[in-house]
Ligand binder design. Structure first.
Ligand code: GDP
Length: 479
């Protein structure tokens, strides 16, 4: 197991330069983006007078070491699905339809409550977990906080409308995250439905569905009539099978916060999706900068439960504060430990904010690339005033670089730079280029907070030149 020098410094809340110096004194010439092994890291940690606080015996987070789960302990788990797509194409309707169709009538607590995620079962008995917050804002903000929760994206496209800007955004988000997609062609009940037009539209964005001899599953559905719903669930189950999703249920739980709020009567409440291990009532945990002890848990049907295993969403009571969506929950051994880690993180976050703006400017990307021989891609986002310009820019970008370095356009689109663009940029460490467009106010604010660089241009040449210079910086770093 290894850790990056910069990351180690960050976790100890020490200056990177001091850590590099200490390593040199131990005969190791490394830069901040190089990794060192756990033994060396432990030595350094002790030299700096820190103690290694492990989140649990088998766990990563707080400090360095992580023991992998043994293959024989890994058991199949349900896939976690996020529904994305353009506004009004039926994401919410589809989520509701799936939930309503699959909740057994008359079952205790048959009416589901909204906790941010729910689980259903296919005819064949395969469990599927759906995140109940449609759209890519939640998806990206979770990812930028380090929580990769989604296993499969269901891309909803209305059959009477076809591919729209947010459809393209969703495709790019899924691609950037490396999450497989299934296309749900919705509103198939409508007289104006033209599913082949949807398929052709997707083709233009390099999403080749099965009906067009590609590999992306596509299913015609109607959230209104229920047509195709079972088929969609089977497709998801099939995709999940291919992914061979597994987790070790017999270890201290680790999970991600899907939603959290301060409830007047109950105090801070968080919906946690367990990702590894099993969460028990009474477990002590740390979650982001908060900690707590599981006082009670409720499942998506509002029933009290005492345990929750991998891929199961539960509402957790017993927190000392309200965490944020995307925060990771780890079960620890003692309350003292939980408190210590939470305080450490709160301090580290404060320090990080103090050193703000430290994220992703073009210069920093170049510097990073110089330090780190592995960075061979320059990720960028492009927004332009008209489709023609956007296309011209993307084409020019694709010509920059060689086998060692290339520019990767994560997303390009027409219109103002939005919060969603900033979210994607942050998650992938990319700057955003605006060509004859500006960022709207929320996007500007979000970019400031997250330290995402926005650059404005009105001449394509200038834009291309700047990116070329950055790419050349990467190239020369390779030599
Ligand atoms: P979202 O913005 O993607 O969450 O879309 P909604 O679920 O809110 O749906 C937008 C509109 O499309 C609503 O008026 C729905 O009633 C309608 N709608 C959604 N699914 C279907 C469908 O399968 N068939 C028809 N005819 N209308 C649908």
């Amino acid at each position: 197991e290894a850790i990056m020098v910069g990351e180690l410094a960050n976790r100890m809340a020490e200056r990177v330069a001091d850590v590099v110096k200490a390593l040199m004194q131990n005969g190791m010439m490394v830069t901040q983006n190089q990794t060192i092994d756990a033994d060396t890291a432990e030595l350094i940690v002790e030299e700096f007078g820190h103690r290694i606080v492990r989140v649990s015996d088998s766990d990563v987070e707080q400090v360095i070491t992580t023991s992998e789960d043994k293959p024989e302990d890994m058991k199949p788990r349900a896939p976690v699905i996020t529904i994305m797509g353009h506004v009004d194409h039926g994401k919410t309707s589809l989520l509701d339809a799936i939930r309503n169709a699959k909740v057994v009538a008359g079952e205790a607590g048959g009416i589901t409550q909204h906790i941010g995620a729910y689980q259903v079962e296919t005819e064949a008995g395969q469990k599927l977990t759906f995140l109940d917050t449609p759209g890519h804002a939640a998806f990206t903000s979770m990812r930028s906080r380090g929580a990769q929760v989604t296993d499969i994206v269901v891309l909803v496209v209305a059959a009477d409308d076809s591919v729209m800007p947010q459809t393209v955004e969703a495709i790019n988000h899924a691609k950037a995250a490396g999450v497989p997609m299934i296309v749900a062609i919705n509103k198939i009940d409508k007289p104006a439905a033209d599913p082949d037009k949807v398929r052709a539209g997707l083709l233009q964005h390099e999403v080749i569905v099965e009906k067009m001899s590609g590999e992306v599953q596509d299913v015609e559905v109607s959230a209104h009539t229920g047509q195709g719903l079972d088929e969609l669930l089977e497709s998801i189950a099939l995709q999940a099978e291919i992914l061979e999703l597994k987790a070790n249920p017999d270890r201290n739980a680790e999970g991600a916060v899907i939603e959290a709020q301060l409830d007047v009567g109950r105090g801070p409440v968080a919906t946690v999706l367990v990702q590894k291990g099993t969460l028990h009532q009474g477990d002590i945990f740390v979650v982001g900068e908060q900690w707590g002890k599981v006082r009670a848990m409720e499942n998506d049907r509002g029933e009290r439960v005492k345990i929750a295993g991998p891929s199961v969403p539960v509402e957790v009571l017993g927190l000392n504060g309200t965490p944020e969506a995307g925060d990771v929950l780890n079960v620890v051994e003692t309350e003292a430990q939980a408190r210590e880690i939470a305080e450490y993180r709160a301090q580290a976050a404060k320090d990080k904010r103090a050193a703000a703006g430290a994220a992703t400017t073009l210069e920093q990307l170049m510097q990073k690339a110089k330090d780190d021989k592995d960075v061979t891609e320059l990720p960028i986002l492009v927004k332009a005033d008209v489709q023609g310009s956007a296309e011209a820019i993307v084409q020019a970008m694709e010509k920059i670089g060689n086998e060692e370095v290339r520019v990767r356009v994560l997303h390009s689109g027409v219109g103002a730079i939005t919060e969603s663009d900033i979210g994607l940029a942050e998650a992938s460490g990319a700057p955003v280029f605006g060509f004859n467009v500006r960022a709207n106010a929320p996007a500007r604010q979000s970019a400031n907070q997250k330290g995402v660089e926005i650059r404005y241009y009105s001449v394509i040449y200038d834009l291309v030149d700047d990116v070329k210079a950055a790419a050349e910086g990467l190239l020369s770093a390779e030599i």
